[in-house]
Ligand binder design. Structure first.
Ligand SMILES: Cc1cc2nc3c(=O)[nH]c(=O)nc-3n(C[C@H](O)[C@H](O)[C@H](O)COP(=O)(O)OP(=O)(O)OC[C@H]3O[C@@H](n4cnc5c(N)ncnc54)[C@H](O)[C@@H]3O)c2cc1C
Length: 450
């Protein structure tokens, strides 16, 4: 372990809104939408009578809620800048995944209750009723195909299945949900009892159109304009450590990107094999008016191919995204914790965050320490404290415990903490920080997984 300690510098100033304001507003808006949907059902329902009536009511409610949720799930992934910056991509992805599970549950409940309710009314068995509904009602074939596609993406997105799959394979299969939603929409408008009346039908259609336009705007049109304006290209690829390379991108008008340290872009390198997949990578140095630097560890097809990129390769960059930035900090004292390639956004923050900084950098061996000279120069210039925690997990077993952390940083409670590293380590550090008395609102982390 080595330590560089120099005097601290200035603290952040100014009044700031709570970082939780936008996430809370977003959740309130989603809940208000669901309440509006239930109101529409209430409005269109004179009375609920008998078992068939209850089942039919449950089928309509679950169908409406599933129909409402579909655009919400797309909007969460639409890369809307305010959400990406203030809620954070990892939290949006978690909401999206959780919402996806609700969606599968709602659609399943919808199918079962509707068929069962109709079977009771018609005095048939549910299987015969199901066949009748699918093959003889208008738009039901489309609805059924949409449902099957949705269940298919639900299955490939389940954690166990996803772990066995390459990210790219999972990503392409997941795209089938767009088709599922388009098919389900026409089923909702044609078969939905609550949506055949006005103004509900127009409002419902407007909601879907708005979601589609927002998605197209942020995921297609803006990246296209962005490309034309900034003309990003690979300038150089530099080895940094075992299997780790920095890619320097140059382009035009980079200052207009308003990118902040700690943020990331989704990069699509325009080569034959890499052009269709946009992987997220954080800036590993403060943004410069003439270039952006990313540092990438090879973990699979996309990241490994980065080492052989040729200068001049065009790059499509969606972003900047991410809320792992300076404006989260409330305290003039900041603890940065990084492990492995998680050093990339932390390196950029170390360079730029105001306040008195301590950086704890965990690496398996000396060889794996990235940016050693840069970090030491920054520590010296800024009067920041830099602590390397090098060696096996066994050796550092006690470091990320409340006592271990308090030994390294005695006034830990007075710090904001920024954390980036492997998921299991992040979880352990968060628990240790909470046990050491650091409030959750002071712990900021970036996840490299979703
Ligand atoms: C916000 C964010 C910032 C990141 N910044 C960096 C960085 O600065 N440097 C760096 O080396 N890595 C970074 N990553 C991780 C990086 O995106 C993935 O490790 C990388 O894309 C691996 O992709 P692959 O296709 O080469 O590997 P694969 O073989 O497809 O996957 C290897 C592992 O990476 C995961 N993974 C693959 N693609 C993605 C993806 N698009 N999103 C999330 N997880 C994925 C897989 O689930 C798997 O666990 C970041 C991730 C996120 C979410």
């Amino acid at each position: 372990m080595s330590t560089t300690v120099l005097p601290g510098d200035t603290a952040p100033t100014g009044v700031k809104t709570s970082p939780e304001t936008v996430p809370r507003l977003a959740l309130a808006l989603m809940a208000a939408g669901a309440a509006a949907v239930l109101t529409a059902w209430w409005h269109a329902t004179a009375s609920v009578v008998g078992g068939a009536g209850w089942l039919d009511g449950a089928g309509r409610i679950t169908g409406l809620l599933a129909g409402y949720l579909a655009p919400v799930l797309l909007l969460l992934m639409a890369r809307i800048p305010v959400l990406e910056r203030r809620v954070g991509s990892d939290r949006l992805a978690r909401w999206h995944a959780l919402g996806g599970r609700y969606m599968v549950f709602l659609v399943s409940a919808h199918v079962v209750t509707i068929i069962w309710g109709y079977a009771l009314t018609d005095g048939k068995n549910p299987f015969a009723e199901g066949v009748q509904i699918v093959f003889h009602y208008p738009a039901m074939i489309k609805g059924s195909l949409g449902t099957l596609l949705l269940f298919g993406t639900g299955i490939v997105s389940a954690r166990a299945a996803r772990r066995k799959m390459r990210y790219e394979t999972w990503y392409y299969l997941h795209l089938a949900t767009y088709l599922a939603i388009a098919l389900a929409f026409s089923h909702q408008i044609i078969n939905g009892a609550d949506l055949s009346v006005q103004p509900e039908q127009t409002l419902w259609s407007a909601y879907y159109v708005l979601a589609a336009v927002t998605l197209g705007w942020y995921r297609l049109w803006m990246p296209y304009l962005h490309d034309r304006r900034h003309k990003l290209r690979v300038h150089t690829v530099v080895p940094e450590g075992p299997g780790v390379y920095s890619v320097i991108l140059k382009g035009e008008r980079l200052d207009e990107l308003k990118v902040r340290p700690g943020q990331f872009f989704r990069l699509q390198f325009q080569t034959r094999d890499l052009r269709w997949v946009a992987n997220p990578y954080s800036l590993s140095a403060a943004p410069h008016p003439n270039y952006l630097r990313f540092t990438i560890k090879s973990l699979g097809d996309h990241s490994a191919a980065v080492s052989s990129l040729r200068p001049g390769t065009k790059v499509r960059a969606e972003g900047p995204y991410g809320a792992f930035t300076e404006d989260k900090a409330r305290s003039p004292q900041v603890l940065l914790i990084a492990a492995g390639v998680g050093i990339t956004p932390v390196r950029a923050l170390f360079e730029t965050l105001p306040g008195r900084l301590t950086l704890l950098y965990r690496a398996g061996s000396d060889r794996e320490i990235l940016f050693r000279h840069e970090l030491e120069d920054i520590a010296r210039e800024r009067g920041a404290r830099l602590v390397y925690l090098v060696g096996s997990r066994r050796r550092h077993g006690k470091t990320f415990t409340p006592r271990g952390l308090l030994n390294l940083v005695p006034d830990l409670k007075a710090h904001d903490v920024y954390l980036c590293g492997p998921e299991a380590m992040q979880q352990a550090v968060i628990v240790a920080l909470r046990d050491a008395g650091v409030p959750a609102s002071r712990i900021h982390h970036e996840s490299f997984e979703f």
